[in-house]
Design a protein around this ligand. Structure first.
Ligand code: ADP
Length: 462
């Protein structure tokens, strides 16, 4: 019953109001008959059609078009006060109805487009406002101009509070310089995105770790801002730090006993060397080799800890690069009878770098080349000098690296699929090499093909 009433009332409104409007317009036109009545018979009816199709729908608008065509034909086309269906009157009336049909179609399409835009707007608002990630919009000066409701659950400030803070005032003093630098660099590159991790002051007075993904949309006309999505990663960062601390402390504590062990095994090797007890000598030798492996691993873990705490200081001196590389090659040649080293070094005088650390990189490249080419018999070591850069290449004909992994192998603990199950290792050597070369403002990389071999290279400015 209630529904029926509603339908009825909506029916009367839908058709009644447009008819009323048409009547008012007709009365107005009769009143101004000499000005806009007979001279421009259809004027003002277009408006009635637009209003009707916009607010009362297509059916009501079609009805009004017919009504308006008949009314104007009857009242405003000669002979006035009578229908005119001769050729001219009919054509005029039909053209009016046709144009009204077009207007109705356009108005309807416009209405649908507006509805769609409103729906999309509501959807995006809901996505932004219900997202658990905080979303802020920042102008080119670093001033926050919008923040989503999640900012309050992450940082504890209401939107108004958050918007009132001066730029950067909530960022930890130790991080602020880096963050500002990254931000202003990003502001110069339209469309670019960066990921940052830093501390921010929570409303409860504690520092929390934030990870943000920030994109420069300053040149996007509809946005004209830098957008940052961020979340609270404090738990993850603290856990990582605990793990790093543990690795640091454990490897540091292991280093002393293992160094003593190394000394004792060497004494044992010395004792058994000239004795007739060959078995004991061979066992002592094997213990010594295993101890060496443990020492290599512990040293790598300690290096990683030093790198992560930013405490790796370079001790740069000027030294003869080729001499250094040749010494390493000679010593590593002793460790493999299977591989022949094919060496061709360019004429390089001296470089200024941390000699021990560069030794470490070269040693790592060549040791890996030996380790990861168990069926090959040659390793090629070459160098070249171009435009004030010296580059060393170490090429093996070993297992190679899948293209998708050739950048990842320089990350901490990353080991390629080709190596993971067959070769022993921690996945730290190349990470340390990359850090050492970066600290020297150099470049490092690899070209490789699975099953055919790899060429590892690094370049240093000379
Ligand atoms: P580790 O050798 O202890 O695993 P590295 O950091 O030296 O650690 O190397 C990381 C990974 O890179 C290796 O696990 C291996 O997958 C790949 N890799 C390094 N050198 C080579 C090479 N010469 N040939 C093929 N794969 C290599």
């Amino acid at each position: 019953m209630v529904d029926r009433n509603f339908i009825d009332s909506s029916f009367y409104i839908k058709y009644g109001l447009p008819v009323l409007l048409l009547a008012l317009v007709t009365a107005f036109k009769i009143w101004l008959f000499n000005i806009i009545g007979y001279q421009i018979p259809f004027i003002l009816y277009f408006g009635v059609v637009v209003v009707t199709s916009r607010y009362f729908g297509i059916r009501a608008a079609s009805f009004i078009i017919i009504l308006a065509a008949l009314t104007s034909n009857y009242l405003f086309i000669p002979p006035y006060n009578g229908f005119n269906f001769d050729k001219i009157g009919l054509v005029q009336t039909l053209l009016f109805a046709f144009e009204c049909g077009l207007i109705m179609g356009l108005s309807n399409a416009l209405g649908r487009a507006i509805t769609k835009v409103k729906e999309a707007d509501r959807l995006f608002k809901a996505l932004i406002e219900k997202s658990a990630e905080g979303i802020i919009m920042v102008n080119a000066d670093g001033q926050v101009v919008y923040c989503s409701p999640a900012v309050e659950s992450i940082l504890g400030y209401s939107a108004n509070q958050f918007l009132s803070f001066p730029p950067w005032s909530l960022v930890h003093p130790d991080d602020v310089l880096n963050i500002k630098e990254e931000f202003y660099r990003l502001a110069l590159h339209a469309g670019k995105s960066i990921t940052l991790q830093h501390r921010m002051m929570h409303n409860n007075g504690t520092w929390i770790w934030i990870e943000s993904r920030t994109t420069n949309l300053l040149e996007e006309p509809a946005v004209n801002a830098i957008i940052s999505n961020f979340s609270n990663v404090t738990d993850r960062v603290l856990l990582e730090k605990q793990r790093e601390d543990f690795v640091g402390v454990a490897s540091h504590e292991l280093k002393t006993p293992i160094t003593s062990l190394k000394a004792y095994t060497q004494v044992l090797r010395g004792r058994f060397k000239d004795s007739p007890d060959n078995t004991s000598y061979s066992i002592a030798k094997k213990i010594d080799q295993q101890v060496n492996r443990i020492i290599t691993m512990i040293t790598a873990l300690l290096d990683v800890t030093t790198l992560q705490t930013g405490k790796l200081n370079l001790n740069k001196t000027e030294f003869d690069f080729n001499k250094q590389v040749t010494e390493i090659i000679e010593s590593l040649q002793q460790t493999t009878a299977q591989h022949q080293f094919n060496v061709q070094l360019a004429d390089i005088k001296t470089v200024v770098a941390d000699r021990d650390r560069i030794n470490q990189v070269v040693t790592n490249f060549i040791s890996n080349a030996i380790k990861y080419s168990p069926s090959a018999d040659e390793i090629i070591i070459t160098s070249e000098v171009t435009n004030d850069w010296v580059t060393l290449y170490v090429t093996d004909k070993g297992i190679g690296i899948p293209p998708a992994e050739s950048e990842k192998i320089f990350e901490r603990f990353y080991r390629a699929d080709t190596a993971r199950n067959t070769f022993q290792g921690l996945g730290l050597g190349l990470y340390i090499c990359a850090q050492i070369i970066t600290l020297h403002n150099g470049k490092i990389g690899v070209n490789s093909e699975v099953g055919r071999g790899s060429t590892f290279w690094f370049s240093l400015p000379v």
